[in-house]
Design a protein around this ligand. Sequence first.
Ligand code: COA
Length: 260
Amino acid sequence: MNFENITIEIKQQMQIGVITINRPKKLNALNKATIEELNNAFVALDQDAEVRVIIITGAGDRAFVAGADISEFANYSEYEGSQLAAKGQELLFNLIENLSTPVIAAINGFALGGGLELAMACHFRVASDNARMGLPETSLGLIPGYGGTQRLPQLVGKGRALEMILTAGMIGTEKALMWGLINHMVALEQLLPLCEKIASKIINNSPVAVASAISAVNSGFGDQGYPKEIEIFGACFGTEDFKEGTQAFLEKRKAEFTGK
Ligand code: COA
């Protein structure tokens, strides 16, 4: 691929493209550069007829992705907040969901906030047994802004999704499996081999039919909730609770919310 990647790695083995998000010291948090690099990588791999399945995972054994990079948006205005969500959804989350090439999320550790939203934008998910999943945004004075308020209820149902979003808590792989958030749970060393095994079954099938199936399945889910999510996400940036929530995270202390 003829562009430089700093925060991700791309490997092509046989007909499988493997993208690894590579910021392990920051638990692979998604910053602007990572989102742009991922956009370039997904577009390029999708256009390459040799690549029949894409797997996305995180570097190291602690995190898939621990969310959007909080240090990058802590000082954003309401407008910048809504742009952050709108751009991210367009460049990455909606792009993945509507890609012709199937994308498997190999969740190798924490998948939180934007990290779980990234996994949920993929066509399905496989997790290692050390993984922890959640949407912790309300603990920062925010709501999920990369499609989480829409895709989590699609996968686990409205009540479970609201429990996860409102408590900001994490669930382990057993519950995630029972709830349908992930399709399979394996030991960490088996994670990529299992994803590759599933990929090899997909590769046996017609690429045209596979792409058509993705398109047909996606057409059954409405998309009118996403603009509303962007609008409400942006409005959160104007609150004192957002400033307190993000500052508290960066200062490694518990947030004191006032409801303003
Ligand atoms: N954005 C920016 N930096 C992040 C991050 C994020 N979403 N998640 C983790 N990091 C950074 C930490 O600030 C820390 O950096 P430092 O070493 O320079 O201080 C490093 O990654 C390691 O994280 P740390 O919090 O020290 O690890 P931990 O084992 O104590 O806790 C988590 C792990 C995942 C529970 C914790 O990092 C966390 O809660 N992350 C944020 C999750 C979140 O709210 N995501 C949604 C964002 S919208």
